[in-house]
Design a protein around this ligand. Structure first.
Ligand code: ATP
Length: 303
């Protein structure tokens, strides 16, 4: 069976104090966008788990047991009490190590596919629990749409959002490691005391009104200073997009992808062409959000 899963953007990413478990307390607002990976599971009775990755950036995705989709399949197999004898095929569209949660998305898709394959009927609550064990963003990629994330991002509350928003994503060359960016933020903050983060009322109000201009002005990502410190060209890229007419600009998660909110598809096309011409990014993609989370698109031989 094949599950299609979107990537995400953080419309707000506010980072609170470092917790005892090594994670930071977050207040985030996620939106799922229609750049999607496909994760296909095929039962291979008697043959151990294997993994094949095709598509964009495939060479940067581990095909070892570390692959998040493989970990997801093993976690469902362990719960059901079966051997994880499956072939996993991932078709990547989401850029790797780019802040769009591609690995987490594949994990969410693999959880859903394994649930169907083994007729486990785990349900939303149990799937979300397994998802949170795999990573902070994984529950949201199961959920999709628009949601507030608290805790380390895994505690979700759906958020009201009207209409559709148009995005241009400029993927800067080279990945950025999420732990490295959080580490740099801690270094920049030094011994300053950090308040608990609060969910942005400005972002929620703009979403509920379907007001792209207000949303553009309200975008916030507190990891940006750390991402800029590690990758100074990102600031240049954001400035360029803003001067070229974007309604708002932010860095996706821990970067290095930069996201630009535009008024419509035409403005998106113009901005995509202009960003490509800068030579500052390895690829430019257009997408819209919100879209649904992980969803079954093909199921053969399912009871
Ligand atoms: P994060 O979710 O940590 O913010 P990201 O969105 O920046 O990460 P990902 O595309 O998830 O980036 O890749 C982060 C790392 O996860 C990669 O460098 C890769 O080694 C590893 N990884 C494991 N499984 C996958 C997968 N299925 N797809 C992509 N990357 C994976």
């Amino acid at each position: 069976m094949t599950v299609r899963v979107p990537g995400k953007i953080n419309l707000q990413l506010s980072v609170g104090p470092l917790r005892k478990d090594g994670f930071h307390e977050l207040a985030t607002i996620y939106q799922a966008v229609d750049l999607c990976d496909d994760v296909r599971l095929t039962a291979t009775p008697g043959v151990p788990l294997s993994i094949t990755v095709t598509g964009a950036d495939a060479d940067q995705v581990p095909t070892s047991t570390d692959n998040l989709a493989a970990r997801a399949v093993r976690s469902v197999a362990a719960l059901v009490g079966v051997e994880p004898e499956v072939a996993i095929g991932i078709t990547k569209v989401l850029p790797v190590a780019a802040g769009m949660a591609g690995g987490s998305a594949d994990a969410a898709a693999a959880l859903m596919a394994a649930d169907v394959l083994w007729d486990a009927r785990l349900g939303r609550v149990e799937l979300s629990r397994l998802a949170a064990e795999l990573g902070s963003d994984v529950p949201f990629l199961l959920h999709g749409g628009t949601a507030v994330g608290t805790g380390r991002g895994e505690v979700l509350t759906p958020a009201l959002s009207r209409g559709s928003f148009n995005w241009v994503f400029a993927v800067a060359a080279g990945g950025l490691s999420t732990p490295a960016v959080y580490g740099e933020l801690d270094r920049l903050r030094g011994s300053d005391s950090v308040a608990n983060p609060e969910v942005s009322v400005a972002v929620l109000t703009a979403l509920a009104a379907g007001d792209a201009a207000a949303l553009g002005a309200a975008l916030v990502n507190e990891l940006m200073p750390a991402a800029f410190a590690l990758r100074p060209q990102l600031r240049q890229l954001l400035d360029f997009g803003t001067e070229a007419g974007a309604l708002g600009a932010t860095v996706c998660g821990s970067g290095p992808t930069c996201a630009f909110l535009v008024s419509d598809e035409g403005a998106g096309l113009d901005l995509a062409v202009a960003l490509t011409a800068t030579g500052l990014c390895r690829t430019v993609r257009r997408a819209a959000g919100p879209v649904v989370g992980a969803a079954l698109v093909e199921a053969v031989g399912v009871r």
